[in-house]
Structure formats: C-alpha cells, structure tokens
Design a protein around this ligand. Structure first.
Ligand SMILES: NS(=O)(=O)c1c(F)c(F)c(S(=O)(=O)CCO)c(N[C@H]2CCc3ccccc32)c1F
Ligand SMILES: [Zn+2]
Length: 263
C-alpha cells in the first residue's frame, strides 16, 4: 500500500486519510486503566504449542521498514482459545535512545521501553494471514511488555544479527530457538480485549492478549534495537533511523478489558 510513517506528514494522525479503519472503532493500542478492568474467571492460561524451535529450523529475520520481524513456522500455534490460532510473525515496537518509552500498550498510563507482538491467525476458519487479516475473528496477537534491566539471552538469539538487516527489505536467516523464552513466566495472567492492528490498515480484527508481567532486556540490547536499524533502503541517500515505531493509545470508548487475575 501507500507509504505511512509514525511521525511527520504521513504520520499516524494522517493514517485515516488512506486507511479509513485507522479512524474507526475498536482501535489499538489502548491505555489499560484500572477502571476499564473486569475480572473474568473463565479466562484460561494461554497455551503455546511447538514454540520450541531447534537451531536447524532456520527463521527469516527481516527489516520491513516499520519494524524488525521474524517469520514463524506454521507449526507454532496457540491452543485454548475458541479457535486454533497459528503463528505468522513476530515484531517489536520501541522508543529511541533519547526517549526510551516505546511500548504501544500503556498500563495505568505507564509506557514501557518496548513491546513484543506475536501475530497469529485463526487457522480453523482461514487458510492464511491474508485471508484472516480483515476478519473480526481473524487474528490473535500476544503482547509482551519489555523493560530495560537484566540481559535477556532469548532476545540475544536474534539481536546479535540486527547489523545484517540495518536497511529496509534486508533479511537474514537465523537459527531457530525456543520462542517460549521470549514470553514471561506466567501465561495465566493477562489483559484481554477486542482491538485492531496497530499499523495501517488498522483492521479491527485482533483478539489482544497482553501479559500482565513484563520481561527485561539489557540497556545494551535496547540500544542495539533502537540504534541499529533504518526505515530507508541501503541505497537511499538520506538514511532514516527506525525508532519510535509505536502508535499512540486510542480511545477505549465503551470497551471493557477482561483480566485473568485478581488485584
Ligand atoms: N502491532 S500489529 O500486531 O498490529 C502489527 C504491526 F505493528 C506491524 F508492524 C506489522 S508488520 O507486518 O511488521 C508491518 C505492517 O504490516 C504487522 N503485520 C501483520 C499485519 C498484516 C500482516 C500480514 C502478514 C503477516 C503479518 C501481518 C502487525 F500485525
Ligand atoms: Zn505490533
């Protein structure tokens, strides 16, 4: 589609001009405030299946100009939701060295340093992401909030290759690793709400699961994410740094955020 950015003349306030859903209802991310929460005892622990990839199962790590993404094998999936959701890709949102806040979801107006999204599609009903992406029951995204703190060995499995994908449309193969290690320990504690893609075309097609507990990466790891990448092509004369790739919180309207945990 047409080019869009997070700031500037094609920035997020302009997205609805070319992508009408971006100005519509059920938009993500949101600021998850206490007064929106409702405890739901029927919310089961998230069960991730076949997330433990072996080194010989190579993954494609890429810079798509909007984020750093890893394409995921279709054996990876979530069970325990109303339908089976098959993994498609994971990507990140982060801030910049000068403004370290870069998560998309906020919790009681606290913005974290970064956020991981693992995108899945409803493979019970749709053959692939493209057919699922604009359906109200099409997608399920797992969100993990990221803080700067302890070094994270799981993140290092791909962060050590980011210098090979500095520019838009560059891709490298990386050895598979245990994707479960990217998630927090407790998969039974999470926020759940109906929302959208946080990038154009902003389809309201996402069942959001944001884990209650954050994970950490070291300052050095954060800086490699926030300083290594460009949203411009290698041959472009003016390199455009890729950071601050997060959408601002959208109106919750009448939406309730279900929580799987008390207090
Ligand atoms: N925050 S989010 O989860 O809403 C979200 C993104 F923020 C994001 F950047 C991407 S992207 O593919 O890296 C770039 C623009 O689509 C996707 N990609 C999705 C949307 C469309 C599509 C098609 C195939 C594989 C993945 C995706 C995404 F679902
Ligand atoms: Zn995302």
């Amino acid at each position: 589609g047409a080019k869009w950015t997070y700031t500037g003349p094609e920035g997020q306030s302009q997205w609805p001009k070319h992508y009408p859903y971006c100005g519509g209802a059920y938009q993500s991310p949101i600021d998850i405030k206490s007064d929106l929460l409702r405890f739901d005892p029927t919310l089961r622990p998230i069960e991730v299946r076949d997330y433990n990839l072996l080194p010989n199962e190579q993954l494609t790590l890429g810079n798509n100009g909007h984020s750093v993404q890893i394409s995921l094998p279709s054996k990876m999936h979530i069970s325990g939701l109303p339908h089976r959701y098959t993994a498609a890709q994971l990507h990140f949102h982060w801030g910049s060295p000068s403004r370290p806040g870069g998560s998309e979801h906020l919790v009681n107006s606290k913005q974290y340093a970064a956020e991981l999204h693992i995108v899945h599609f409803n493979s019970d009903k749709y053959p692939n992401m493209s057919m699922a992406v604009d359906k109200s029951d099409g997608l399920a995204v797992l969100g993990v909030l990221i803080e700067v703190g302890e070094f994270n060995p799981a993140f290092e499995k791909f962060l050590k290759f980011v210098n090979g994908i500095k520019y838009r449309d560059q891709r490298v193969k990386v050895p598979g690793f245990n994707m479960r290690a990217l998630l927090p320990a407790r998969l039974d504690e999470y926020y759940r709400y109906d929302g959208s893609l946080t990038t154009p075309p902003c389809y309201p097609s996402v069942l959001w699961t944001l884990f209650r507990n954050h994970v950490t990466i070291s300052r050095k790891q954060f800086l490699s994410l926030a300083t290594a990448l460009y949203s411009s092509h290698a041959q472009d004369s003016a390199p455009v740094p890729l950071n601050g790739n997060y959408r601002k919180p959208q109106l919750a309207d009448t939406r309730v955020v279900l929580v799987s945990f008390k207090e």
